[in-house]
Design a protein around this ligand. Structure first.
Ligand code: PHE
Length: 345
């Protein structure tokens, strides 16, 4: 029994040694036969169970030699074809044949949603402000009225740069508020999109990196009614002309009063129940009137000026719009996933 198998292996080895190729098609045939995912040598490895115990080692070595011989031959053939020693089949080349269609990339769903948000706010006079992702403690926390003992500063939530207690990856785009207020004079009307980072366990619902859009409006006599109307306008542009919103009281260190905005999503099917937790309402963003302390920290006189701010996550909105159930898909760059968005602007 064993000797039959040895003979079989030997004959495979012989045919590899005797093989020759004259063009790239034959090279490919050789590759599939001896190195492809279902190659002949692999099948022989499976035979090891039929080899007597005392010869198993010898059998294994022989197979490794065969494998090596196939790999060496393949490299040798490939070299010959590339260097033109043998024909690459280029003689058959039809220069008039139409070329392969060029693959056009598609926009990432996060970019699609972000661009829509930007266009909506640009129409009412907001300018885009982009800022750094590596921030200092002052712009991310202190200026934003987040005291030194606030839990958000904890190492658990914030990624600090190596060996630093003051340089960090921004945890929210609110840091841009501080950057802009310390470098521009009111009136200020900006939206700040960008990536933010939090030290969170990665799961289907949360990730350690995501994107936000921040909005900031500072001028004389800005009121909560202005905030509300701006957000209503946004919600209707984004989610449809009949969209209803509601504001729930909330807390952020940098706004007073603070609120969270929900949009009415509906309760038409099981999915709606699941994503709105049975309420029909979906939380979209945090907002509020800029806390006078924040204005002061940034050198703006709160007696003269007031303003509102809001911040929203982009992945969440992309997931809602495109019914994506796992946030990780947005960061893996699997082209099979991304291709679905081709043609969407
Ligand atoms: N920065 C807040 C967050 O990350 C959102 C926010 C921005 C809230 C602006 C109020 C005003 O959750």
């Amino acid at each position: 029994m064993s000797s039959d198998i040895f003979a079989k292996v030997q004959s495979v080895l012989d045919s590899i040694k005797e093989a020759s190729v004259t063009n790239s098609q034959e090279l490919e045939t050789f590759r599939i036969k001896y190195l492809g995912s279902k190659n002949e040598i692999k099948a022989l490895f499976g035979e090891i169970k039929n080899v007597a115990n005392e010869r198993k080692k010898e059998f294994g070595q022989l197979l490794n030699d065969v494998k090596k011989a196939a790999e060496d031959k393949f490299e040798q053939f490939r070299g010959e074809i590339e260097s033109g020693d043998v024909s690459s089949g280029a003689g058959d080349l039809d220069l008039s044949a139409p070329s392969e269609p060029l693959e056009i990339g598609s926009r990432h769903p996060v970019s699609i949603i972000l661009n829509r948000i930007i266009r909506i706010f640009e129409r009412i006079g907001f300018a885009v402000a982009e800022e750094r992702e590596i921030e200092d403690d002052w712009h991310n926390f202190t200026a934003m009225n987040t005291p030194a003992d606030h839990p958000a500063r904890d190492m658990q939530d914030t990624f600090y740069l190596k060996d630093s207690t003051s340089q960090l990856l921004r945890t929210h785009t609110s840091s841009v508020q501080a950057r802009i207020m310390t470098s521009q004079k009111p009136p200020i009307r900006i939206i700040a999109p960008g990536r933010v980072y939090r030290n969170e366990t990665i799961s289907s619902r949360s990730h350690c990196q995501f994107h936000q859009v921040e909005g900031l409006y500072i001028d004389k006599d800005v009121s909560f009614a202005d905030l509300k109307q701006t957000l209503l306008y946004f919600a209707r542009e984004m989610y449809g002309v009949d969209t209803e919103i509601r504001l729930r009281p909330s807390f952020f260190p940098f706004t007073e009063p603070s609120a969270e905005m929900d949009v009415y999503w509906g309760l038409n099917n099981e999915d709606d129940y699941r994503i709105t937790k049975g309420t029909g309402w979906l939380e979209i963003l945090g907002c509020g009137m800029v806390d006078p302390k924040v204005l002061e920290n940034c050198g703006i006189d709160p007696e003269e000026y007031s303003g509102f701010a809001f911040g929203m996550g982009i992945e969440r909105q992309a997931m809602l719009q495109y019914k994506i159930t796992d946030i990780r898909q947005l960061f893996e760059n699997d082209t099979r996933f991304l291709k679905q968005f081709s043609g969407v602007m």
